[in-house]
Design a protein. Sequence first.
Length: 64
Amino acid sequence: MPTFEVGLARYFAVTIEAQNLEEALRLSEFFLGNCNDSSSEEERQEYQFQIKEIKMAQNDAFQL
């Protein structure tokens, strides 16, 4: 089966209590930086796919 590298952009609104805005931005980037494959074995079989690797390409926090 062919393998493709695709980009996926997601934005999260994070409510965080911190000492100041700079700390809130830094801590949200640090602790929310990783993403896991949430597909089940049944879904991988049904849709015939396998996520091989997830790596962070960009991780920037900003004030809403």
